[in-house]
Design a protein around this ligand. Structure first.
Ligand code: NAG
Ligand code: NAG
Ligand code: NAG
Ligand code: NAG
Ligand code: NAG
Ligand code: NAG
Ligand code: NAG
Ligand code: NAG
Length: 507
């Protein structure tokens, strides 16, 4: 093909209005309580590894047929769902398979299991499950790839790569996508790819981006994939440890979908002892369904709208413009307040009473909300947050409003800017930020905003339902122009409302 031809193909890939034949689709996400093998630190035989994985694959097989009976068209399984975690590099060895690059060669492992003359049992089984159930299937597994040190400086000393990998099969069982996880966490058994991969696949009901678990909190490839490839729908196998009060699975995953304006199919592993749980199907306007119980497996099913590429182009341009405009408007407002209305900042409820509180191992500037209604500002470094509220009734406990602008280093290194309102766990300021699932806090209405330095703002609204954390229904709150707004109560007591923003460049 000549140069012009390539340009047309390239532009078309990016911009052509792909006409999807379906306007809606039915998604399935499986919260899988993995059967963890024993002896994950030493190498077992290939047969033993296959037997261990077959225990989980047999469950996947039943789930796929349950999903088919429910009309599911695309089914997502979690990160590490075939063998669990806590492996050494040697220990995971016999669980891995060679996985060819589906952008370079076409392979249907079910119809042609011997093509690579390797151990392809797992790919073979999975492909046949997709084919038998006529369903798109997203599965996480391990990839073994040989390399040569003399020609590849990144090649590990043992002469091969071990990748944490997502594979996607179409309804015929053909392998259509392969993604190597970029941001590993406590996964010494795996190598990260030298360059982050931007992977997506097309279906009759839309284009899906693909990344794994912790990838969701970093810019590359998660954000760059969505922005640069016009992604409207994302599938994300996860093994995400629940990290309240700001990064619980359901809390951050739903906020990510809303903040980025996408549909998100997030399948989390269930490992109760390690607090790994919380799966869901989320949209730009709130959740469709979620499951936040740690000790049992569950198939979640929901219908979603297929977004067209044109919708995304519109969204990308106007949303980003609006967000940028809103942020600059807000900066303007806050700057104006700081300079011209000095009195306002001198009134006691705005300047006094700031104390330092700890949330998720970061030190926040905080204020206790003392009135049933007020407009309160709290600042940390260059971030100022504003909270404009009408409370229904006083909460039995303290209610804090906090701001944080800094580099978070505990667990993950990530630059955060956060505005948060939360009910404290107890009656002293030191308890503000300690995770709790209980609350008595009801707001009639509120507006939460901040002058963040980036457009990447994720709105989180966590409520308490029968003593457990839960998500507020998307039709009870609104996120537009960087402002989180509730105008008619949340029905359930609020645990926390936060705008969590990421300044990726400062990580
Ligand atoms: C692991 O070992 C325990 C105790 O010996 C046994 O009950 C369990 O079934 C084993 N699990 C697997 C997956 O083999
Ligand atoms: C799946 O794998 C098992 C164990 O390796 C093998 O016995 C079985 O034939 C495979 N089945 C299919 C349908 O791939
Ligand atoms: C499945 O295979 C059939 C026949 O080989 C082909 O026409 C069809 O496009 C394939 N479907 C998908 C989703 O790849
Ligand atoms: C899960 O935990 C709940 C209580 O939290 C308990 O009632 C239920 O029996 C447990 N289920 C399983 C399968 O362990
Ligand atoms: C954002 O601001 C620019 C420049 O002020 C303006 O041209 C544009 O229409 C605004 N966009 C939106 C979506 O409001
Ligand atoms: C936010 O507002 C404060 C107070 O006006 C100001 O000092 C700060 O520079 C602003 N931050 C940004 C990122 O614009
Ligand atoms: C981080 O915070 C948690 C609770 O929020 C606490 O248990 C832990 O000790 C803290 N760790 C460090 C290193 O400060
Ligand atoms: C582990 C292993 O044997 N991998 C081989 C599988 O087959 C491909 C293609 O034939 C080879 O390139 C791999 O080295």
């Amino acid at each position: 093909m000549n140069f012009v031809g390539w340009i047309i193909v390239f532009n078309c890939l990016m911009l052509c209005s792909v006409v999807y034949t379906q306007k809606t689709y039915r998604a399935g996400v499986y919260a899988h309580r993995v059967i963890q093998p024993n002896g994950t630190h030493t190498s077992v035989s290939r047969q033993k590894a296959l037997d261990n994985m077959m225990k989980n694959i047999n469950i996947y097989n039943n789930v796929a047929s349950e999903a088919r009976n429910k009309g599911v068209q695309i089914l997502v399984f979690p990160d590490d769902g075939l063998y669990g975690h806590d492996f050494t590099r040697q220990g995971i060895g016999p669980y891995l398979e060679y996985i060819p690059d589906p952008t370079k060669e076409t392979w249907n492992p079910c119809t042609d299991p011997e093509k690579y003359n390797n151990n392809s049992d797992i790919l073979w089984n999975l492909s046949c499950i997709a084919q038998a159930n006529n369903i798109y299937m997203v599965v996480n597994m391990g990839n073994f790839k040989t390399c040569i040190k003399s020609s590849d400086p990144n090649c590990p000393t043992d002469g091969h790569y071990q990748f944490n990998t997502d594979v996607v099969f179409d309804r015929n069982g053909t392998l259509i996508a392969r993604y190597h996880k970029t941001h590993l966490y406590n996964e010494d058994q795996f190598d990260a790819p030298a360059e982050p991969e931007h992977i997506f696949f097309d279906t009759p009901f839309g284009r899906f981006g693909l990344f794994t678990s912790l990838d969701m909190v970093f810019k590359t490839p998660a954000i760059s994939l969505i922005e640069d490839y016009y992604i409207t729908d994302v599938v994300c196998p996860a093994a995400w440890a629940d990290l309240p009060p700001l990064l619980s699975s359901i809390q951050f995953h739903s906020a990510f979908a809303m903040g980025m304006g996408i549909n998100l199919l997030a399948a989390n592993l269930q490992v109760p002892g390690d607090s790994i749980y919380g799966s869901g199907i989320y949209t730009a306007n709130g959740y469709k369904t979620f499951y936040d119980i740690s000790n049992q497996s569950k198939l979640l099913v929901a219908d979603l709208n297929s977004n067209s590429i044109e919708d995304v182009n519109d969204r990308t341009e106007t949303e980003m413009n609006r967000k940028q405009n809103a942020t600059s408007d807000l900066k303007h407002v806050l700057v104006k307040k700081a300079s011209s209305t000095k009195d306002e900042f001198d009134t006691p409820h705005i300047t006094s009473g700031t104390f330092m509180g700890e949330i998720f191992n970061d030190t926040y500037a905080m204020k206790i909300l003392e009135n049933l209604g007020d407009v309160v500002t709290v600042c940390d470094n260059s971030l100022c947050c504003e909270f404009d509220y009408q409370m229904m009734e006083g909460s039995g406990k303290l209610v804090a409003f906090g701001a944080f602008d800094g580099l978070h280093t505990y667990l993950h290194r990530m630059y955060l800017q956060v505005c948060v309102v939360l009910e404290c766990a107890g009656s002293s300021p030191q308890t503000c930020g300690i995770p709790t699932e209980e609350s008595n806090l009801y707001f009639r209405e509120f507006r939460l905003m901040g002058n963040f330095s980036t457009k990447y703002v994720f709105p989180e609204v966590l409520v308490s339902d029968s003593g457990r954390k839960s998500l507020a229904s998307g039709d009870l709150y609104d996120f537009h122009d960087g402002v989180l707004e509730v105008i008619n109560g949340l029905r359930l007591p609020l645990i926390s409302a936060s705008l969590l923003s990421r300044d990726y460049a400062r990580d």
